[in-house]
Every structure is written in structure tokens, then in C-alpha cells.
Ligand binder design. Structure first.
Ligand SMILES: Nc1nc2c(ncn2[C@@H]2O[C@H](COP(=O)(O)OP(=O)(O)OP(=O)(O)O)[C@@H](O)[C@H]2O)c(=O)[nH]1
Ligand SMILES: [Mg+2]
Length: 373
């Protein structure tokens, strides 16, 4: 049913996913006290989304990483109102979040052409400022690229996330029998017969404490923010990171993963999600899967298995719970259909919403034009 696919981009060798920049707005121009002249305002610095650039290109093109907007012109006898300074635009890829020095988020660039002002120009001197101009803002900003994929794989190390991506597509991520094989997110594409493509981000394994930046922590979690849906992947037999860390059953693993997401950003837990229970080829897998299904039907009843601070406020609701074996390929076709179904469902809802909104706007316009006659 589903035509298999190939990897879209795996060249992470010199991948740049964040960049710090120095930005400075232009100073205002001098006012002219004698004639009441107004100096021009300094130009602003903007970050503008463009599909044509990558952070690596920005870094290579501007090794100094300094961006200065133009100064406002002084007021003069010939031009009492000084000209405004030129704005400076920094092109950055779609998917970037801009953060200021103090950690505050300035904004996100979600679509081509989105713009954010990152340093404001100074004011030109005028009567109100005794004709003295002000300087432009000076800031260090940080650009962080978050991958935008349809589906993000969420799971503990060794659950088989990368194996699963390989089984579903022709992607060739690193797979090994030790934790943290995947150190960088990779995107694979699932291609369907009708040419629909679904991108899946294989992410580094989470560990307990990821929300406080343990393990790959934030590096991983920030990518999850942008994926449309989540796919939890657990090993049906459970998980143990090291001999000194506690063993977690599949059920516990799911609740702990949920807790990590919740602690990082609560709304992540409300994303549509699928649950993949992997390694169904292992002995006793069927029994363990049956037990897990029972636990998931009424998670609160089984929450005594967890320490209090590990119980999420809200349990994840999974649209589908799919048993598979990435090793033998069993269940993989089903999984691909469920993924498609789930994303199509959301697309349809979104389209309906957009349609509804358009209708509403039209009706308001009609109404207004009637009332104004
Ligand atoms: N028996 C069995 N082993 C599997 C299956 N899927 C994956 N494995 C094995 O589990 C180990 C971990 O698989 P990976 O795909 O690297 O796991 P991961 O979740 O990507 O791990 P990290 O990248 O470290 O987070 C490897 O030895 C795989 O061969 C499965 O369905 N059955
Ligand atoms: Mg992996």
C-alpha cells in the first residue's frame, strides 16, 4: 500500500542549529535647536524568514556576526527633518526562534517572510529631547532552529526509534545496542502511493530529568515543540538505562515520558499522539502487551506504581496503540496507515476551521456592508 521512501536530509556533519549575533539599531540624528529641526530616527534591525538561507550560510557569510542598522541623518538647514536611518535585515531560515540575551523569546519565524524587530533604532533629536538624539538598542540575540516535522519520535534510549524509522522508510539512521546512539535529530520521509509525504523526526533518546536539561534534554525537547504530532515509542519489555538506574516497565516509561514533556512545556502533552509498542518479537511480548493495554485503559488505577513526582497531571491519550516489531517488520504497514490517518484527520479539521473562518469573515463583511448603506 505504501511506497517506501528515502531519507531527506541526513547531512548533519556541519549542521548549525543555533547562532549568536550582535545587533545594533542605528543612532538617531542630531536635532537643530536654532530652527527646531528634528533629527532622523535610526534604522531598526530585523530578522526575516527566508527559505533560501540556512544558519550555516548566515554564519559563513557574516563571520563577524554583527549587524548594524544605519544612523538617522542630522537635521540641517536644507533638510530640517533628518532622513531616517536604513533598516538592516538578517535573513534566517523558517523555523527559527529568536531569543534575547536575558533568555526572553522575541518570537518565532514560522513562515516565509515573517519578520521580527530585534534592535530598535534611536530617536532623532527634537525639541522634546533638547535636540539630543538617542542611541540605538544593542543586543546579543540567539537564533535557534527547530526542525519542523509532521511527527516526532519520543522515547527512551534503545526503544528502537531509529530502527522503526528505518523499517518505515529507506532512512539509514545509526542503530546500535547502546543508549544514545542517535545524537542529532534526523528527518526521514514516508512516501505514500498518492505522493503524500510525511516527515518523521528521529530524536535522541530522552532520559529522566530531560526537562532540566539532562542528557540531550532541551536540545531534544525543543524539536518536539514544532512537530504536529508525537509518536511515543516504547520497548514492550520496559527499559533500564544502566545497572544503577531503576528498571521501568513500558507503562512506567510512558508516564515518565509524559511527565518530562509536561515539565518542559505543559501543552506538549495535548498534542495528538500515537503509541508504538516495539520489540513484539521478544519472548513474552504478547502477555506484556496485554498487561500494558489494561494499564493504559485506566492509568490512574496503576499510578501507584510510580513515585508521586513522576505522575503526570494529565495522562496522554493515544489515538492508536500499535504493537510492532521493527526487527521483523510485523505491524509496520498498519502503523504507516495509522500515521497517515491521524495526520489526515488533523488536516481535515484544520481545513474545516479555515473554511469556517473564511465563511465567518465573509458574513461579517456582508453584514457590515448592509449596515453601512
Ligand atoms: N528484538 C528487537 N530488537 C530491536 C527491535 N527494534 C530495535 N531493536 C534493537 O534495539 C536496539 C536499539 O535500537 P535503536 O533503533 O538504535 O534505538 P533508539 O531508540 O533509536 O536508541 P537511541 O538512539 O539510543 O535513543 C538495537 O540493538 C536494535 O537492533 C525490535 O523490534 N525487536
Ligand atoms: Mg536512535
Amino acid at each position: 500500500m505504501v511506497q517506501l521512501s528515502r531519507i531527506l536530509f541526513r547531512k548533519y556533519g556541519n549542521f548549525v542549529d543555533n547562532l549568536r549575533l550582535y545587533v545594533r539599531g542605528g543612532s538617531g540624528g542630531m536635532g537643530l535647536p536654532r530652527l527646531g529641526g528634528h533629527g532622523g530616527n535610526g534604522g531598526d534591525v530585523w530578522v526575516v524568514a527566508s527559505k533560501k538561507v540556512t544558519l550555516k550560510k548566515v554564519k559563513d557569510k557574516y563571520p563577524q556576526k554583527r549587524f548594524l542598522a544605519g544612523p538617522g541623518a542630522n537635521s540641517s538647514v536644507r533638510a530640517l527633518k533628518g532622513e531616517r536611518g536604513e533598516d538592516k535585515e538578517i535573513l534566517a531560515p523558517v523555523g527559527v526562534t529568536v531569543t534575547a540575551d536575558d533568555g526572553k523569546i522575541v518570537g518565532d519565524l514560522n513562515a516565509e517572510g515573517d519578520r521580527l524587530k530585534v534592535a530598535k533604532g534611536g530617536y532623532g533629536g527634537s525639541f522634546h529631547s533638547a535636540f539630543e538624539p538617542t542611541k540605538g538598542q544593542i543586543k546579543q540575540i540567539r537564533l535557534d532552529l527547530k526542525l519542523i516535522a509532521d511527527l516526532g519520535l519520543v522515547g527512551y534510549p534503545n526503544a528502537g526509534k531509529s530502527s522503526l524509522l528505518t523499517a518505515m522508510s529507506n532512512a539509514t539512521p545509526q542503530i546500535a545496542d547502546y543508549a544514545f546512539t542517535t545524537l542529532r535529530p534526523e528527518i526521514g520521509k514516508l512516501m505514500y502511493k498518492d505522493y503524500k509525504q510525511i516527515s518523521v523526526a528521529d530524536l535522541p533518546g530522552l532520559i529522566e530529568g530531560a526537562h532540566i536539561n539532562k542528557g540531550m534534554g532541551h536540545k531534544f525537547l525543543k524539536h518536539v515543540e514544532r512537530t504536529k504530532q508525537l509518536m511515543f515509542v516504547v520497548d514492550v519489555s520496559g527499559f533500564q538505562l544502566a545497572s544503577k538506574t531503576p528498571f521501568r516497565s513500558a507503562f512506567e516509561a510512558i508516564q515518565l515520558l509524559t511527565k518530562e514533556l509536561e515539565l518542559f512545556k505543559e501543552e506538549l502533552v495535548s498534542k495528538p499522539a500515537l503509541l508504538v509498542v516495539n520489540k513484539m518479537d521478544l519472548p513474552d511480548a504478547e502477555d506484556k502487551f496485554a498487561e500494558l493495554k489494561e494499564q493504559l485503559q485506566n492509568p490512574a488505577e496503576f499510578s501507584h506504581l510510580l513515585a508521586d513526582d513522576m505522575i503526570p497531571k494529565n495522562y496522554m491519550t493515544f489515538r492508536h496503540v500499535v504493537p510492532v516489531s521493527a526487527l521483523t517488520g510485523s505491524g509496520i504497514d498498519h502503523l504507516k496507515s495509522y500515521i497517515r490517518e491521524s495526520l489526515d484527520e488533523d488536516d481535515a479539521m484544520e481545513n474545516k476551521d479555515v473554511h469556517q473562518q473564511r465563511l465567518q469573515t465573509l458574513q461579517t463583511l456582508k453584514h457590515n456592508s448592509h449596515t453601512s448603506i
